[in-house]
Design a protein around this ligand. Structure first.
Ligand SMILES: [Zn+2]
Length: 54
């Protein structure tokens, strides 16, 4: 169990700060990371889907 904070790449053991984006649960190490992530999820999710750059 546990995960990694997608904002700062820290290991997270608790589900104290978590958000569900597009059906996926993301865990954060702190509230600040959670807020910045939910504000702009695409900034932190490096997915293959978003290819509007090129
Ligand atoms: Zn974090």
């Amino acid at each position: 169990m546990g995960g990694t904070c997608p904002v700062c790449n820290k290991e997270v053991d608790q589900l104290t700060f978590s958000s569900v984006i597009d059906g996926v649960v993301y865990q954060f190490c702190c509230k600040r990371c959670q807020r910045s992530f939910t504000a702009e999820p695409r900034k932190f999710i490096n997915c293959c889907e978003d290819s509007t750059d090129r």
